[in-house]
Design a protein around this ligand. Structure first.
Ligand code: AMP
Length: 181
């Protein structure tokens, strides 16, 4: 977890390689659906391009399908999911049915103004349609309104680990590995 641009995707890719855990990024799955011009992709695009969250029902269907499709005994590294309380409670039910549980929620922390330039730079390379100043501001607002309540949600479950998300990529990976051990 963490605000837009904090490095969730970067760290998730590195960690899934290092730890050999399946990486599931809802953002990437949605961008793939958009590229393939599927029905889900078309719906998702109208939300993503405005910096809004894609409806919970669509996201929970994707997660159910992907976790059933790619059954992994070693678990999953979820990136950018859950993003709302209904997603988190829906996910608890999915996990319960599968006999799995959530071990740890990693919360990457950084000041927002540090992140805006990072995202704008990323947009120049990634070509992501939502990496523009106006949309970033909207995504940050949505993060505080809808996603940040998950910090308290996972803290109460005693699985939240706060990690300083500022520094070199490898330093942040090391901080995460320390708390996973
Ligand atoms: P990300 O790649 O995680 O930054 O996600 C990019 C965009 O995809 C977000 O701004 C949302 O519009 C959408 N998205 C990704 N994951 C979710 C999710 N779990 N719930 C709702 N929308 C999502």
């Amino acid at each position: 977890m963490g605000p837009p641009g904090v490095g969730k995707g970067t760290q998730a890719k590195i960690l899934s390689d290092k730890l050999k855990i399946l990486h599931l990024s809802t953002g990437e799955i949605l961008r793939n659906e958009i590229a393939k011009k599927t029905k889900i992709g078309k719906t998702a695009k109208s939300f993503i391009d405005h910096g809004k969250l894609v409806p919970d029902g669509i996201i929970l269907d994707i997660i159910t399908e992907k976790t059933l499709d790619k059954q992994s005994n070693d678990g999953y590294l979820l990136d950018g999911f859950p993003r709302t309380i209904p997603q988190a409670t829906g996910f608890d039910k999915i996990l319960y049915k599968m006999g799995h549980k959530l071990n740890i929620a990693i919360n990457l922390i950084a000041e927002e103004h540090e992140l805006i330039n990072r995202i704008i730079d990323r947009g120049k390379i990634s070509g992501r349609s939502d990496d523009t100043l106006k949309i970033i501001k909207e995504r940050q607002k949505i993060y505080w309104e809808q996603t940040s309540p998950l910090i308290d949600f996972y803290n109460k479950k005693n699985i939240l680990k706060n990690i300083n998300g500022i520094g070199k990529i490898e330093e942040i990976t090391e901080r995460i590995l320390q708390v996973i051990k």
